[in-house]
Design a protein around this ligand. Structure first.
Ligand SMILES: Cc1cc2nc3c(=O)[nH]c(=O)nc-3n(C[C@H](O)[C@H](O)[C@H](O)COP(=O)(O)OP(=O)(O)OC[C@H]3O[C@@H](n4cnc5c(N)ncnc54)[C@H](O)[C@@H]3O)c2cc1C
Length: 379
């Protein structure tokens, strides 16, 4: 096997940023790096700009079993020793009733799935992009961006503390839910809720092959095992419901955790310290998500409630549609229909499942979190 120095290749201070690339992708999460990988494989030069270094908060996530055939189709090999993944056999949920209901992935056509450590998964996908010929510049952020004649773009970026200019023919925004202000005059963001995830990561005495999900009055919890005898316990709630400083938010988390009987029994150690980070988890749709010489992909284009369990799957599926649309643009010109219409139909399907899912839980009808979900009928 070829030995590979990941940090060296992805270090912007050593890997020189080019002055021109066919495509520049802002954001090196799963959607950005996979788009870069697919473009590079098609002979289109791609540079991915990533502010982080793939070493952040090691929150655990569960991959959808539907990702298995997609990874095979995209020829991406997720080596479990590198992604730090462990087998996930299904979900055990306490949702709409007091007893736990187990759904085993064994009965799906795609088989088992994995619990992964997100920074490690992102790093493996970034490496696959580099192997395919894309450049991934970590610790690099876009400072400004302007459109030039004939659909070209000129970007000022900063790698570490070194400023640099790059021109490209196509711009991809893959910055996750935050989107990007550079194209905000072209795109409308529709924000559907104020969902956030408050996450706790710590040592766990025993591993559980199932992802546990349990509703409480202020939202719902998910808990999953992670490699190295650790686990993640995340409270999903609304940002205004858990409002307050870090201490008040921790108290809210612990109060809710005491209601989650099944999860607190499975991971009792998570009461021993406070949750560490809060992530935005709002459902957001950006329209239009594409135009001649630019597009949004992954969570930047449409982000799903984590209850769907489909975020990473959708990011890779979106990357595959985005790369197809961009390749077509370079070969035959822009087709305005295909990419946005795929996004629209995926989002409609997601919203219909979302309504069904939240309507099943009727035990907390006096709580604001659940009232909002039951009252929300907009697309
Ligand atoms: C609490 C929570 C739990 C979740 N659990 C699951 C789960 O169990 N399973 C699942 O499949 N999905 C889950 N998701 C969803 C999943 O995390 C996302 O759908 C997925 O990460 C989307 O990938 P992305 O590449 O579009 O965006 P992101 O993963 O958000 O990546 C965006 C990248 O862009 C970078 N960036 C941002 N701005 C800039 C900038 N200006 N310049 C350069 N870089 C920039 C960021 O550093 C980041 O690396 C969860 C989400 C949340 C919030």
């Amino acid at each position: 096997m070829v030995s590979f120095s990941f940090t060296k290749t992805l270090n912007p201070l050593r890997a020189r940023a080019p002055h021109y690339s066919d495509v520049v992708i802002i954001g090196g999460g799963p959607a950005g790096t996979t788009t870069g990988m697919l473009l590079a494989r098609s002979g289109i030069s791609a540079v991915v700009l990533e502010t982080g270094t793939y070493s952040g908060h090691s929150m655990g996530q569960t991959l959808s079993p539907a990702l298995n055939p997609l990874l095979a189709q995209l020829q991406i090999d997720l080596d479990p020793t590198e992604t730090g993944s462990i087998c996930c056999r299904g979900t055990a949920s306490v949702w709409g009733r007091n007893a736990s209901h187990q759904s085993d992935f064994f009965w799906t056509p795609y088989g088992n799935s994995s619990h992964v450590e997100r920074p490690r998964l992102d790093r493996v996908l970034a490496r696959a992009a580099v192997d395919a010929g894309a450049q991934v510049l970590c610790n690099t952020r876009m400072r400004s961006c302007r459109s030039l004649a004939r659909g070209r773009w000129s970007l000022e970026v900063q790698s570490g503390n070194i400023p640099h200019g790059i021109q490209c023919r196509f711009l991809v925004v893959a910055t996750g839910r935050v989107g990007n202000s550079a194209l905000s005059n072209l795109v409308r963001s529709v924000v559907y809720d104020r969902l956030v995830g408050i996450s706790w990561v710590g040592k766990s005495r025993k591993s559980n092959p199932f992802t546990l999900i349990e509703t409480v009055s202020g939202g719902w919890f998910y808990a999953s095992s992670m490699p190295g005898s650790r686990c993640t316990v995340v409270l999903m709630t609304d940002s205004d419901i858990c409002r307050g400083n870090g201490h008040e938010q921790s108290q809210f988390w612990h109060r809710q955790f005491r209601q989650a009987r099944h999860i607190s029994e499975a991971f009792p150690e998570s009461v021993e310290s406070d949750p560490q980070r809060t992530f935005s988890a709002s459902t957001i749709l950006r329209t239009p998500a594409s135009g001649p010489s630019w597009l949004y992909v992954g969570d930047a284009a449409m982000s799903f409630d984590p209850v769907s369990g489909e975020g990473v799957y959708q990011a890779l599926l979106g990357a595959s549609h985005a790369a197809t649309a961009i390749c077509k643009y370079f070969r035959t010109g822009w087709d305005p229909r295909s990419y946005d219409s795929w996004l629209g139909s995926s989002f409609r399907q997601y919203r219909s499942l979302w309504h069904k899912c939240y309507s099943v839980e009727q035990r907390w009808n006096s709580s604001l979190f659940w009232q909002r979900r039951h009252a929300s009928h907009g697309m």
